[in-house]
Design a protein around this ligand. Sequence first.
Ligand code: DC
Length: 231
Amino acid sequence: MTKITIAIDGFSSCGKSTLAKALASKLGYAYVDSGAMYRCVTLFALRKGVIKDHSFQETEVVKLLNEINLSFHFNPNTKSSETFLNGENVEKEIRQMVVSENVSKVSAIHDVRVKMIAIQRELGKNKGIVMDGRDIGTNVFPFAELKLFMTADTDIRTQRRFDEYSSKGQHISFSDVKLNLIHRDHEDTHRAENPLIQATDAIVLDNSELTREQQLEFVVKLISDLTLTTD
Ligand code: DC
């Protein structure tokens, strides 16, 4: 069957990566979490002391880019792709609240986007990939055969992220998680470069009331309709 490119964009914490991983596993495709890349840059800048008290000089972050090497490796135990920053598995660390609080501003820096997008396009050059993010269907892969735009009710998204933090032993209040989501959505949709917008040819998937299985079923049906017409 012809391999396609699947671009999944949408708001923070609306289940993009869960669906993307399930799809990649079902189709035997690679999965790339583009948000993890921006999180790695943010983590590196925090570690280097370039981000302090939520503020930084763009030029200082840009200077670090040459020291950053990113890769993804499949972990057969977790059956999931994990993110490596300069050879170190940072999958857990990049999900910390301090990274979430700074990542939107870091991802708005022009040079950061240029570098991340080049890596993303290289990873997807042979198709057979599911990539999730904010600008995948609009900018990274504008010719993706399938584009999804995911959304869900804000309180439901907050609960999901809150549960994720709690399960990892990070105790953050529901209201702080919600504020972070709202703030990031605002920053991501209002930035000058590649803001989060729905691609005109994207299919909207509101998963507020859908189980994981129902979402997967919905998308698998879309893909089979699509491949029937292209094969
Ligand atoms: O998907 P995520 O929440 O892990 O993404 C973290 C941040 O990275 C998000 O707030 C915006 C940014 N991002 C982006 O600008 N472009 C992408 N393609 C993916 C993420």
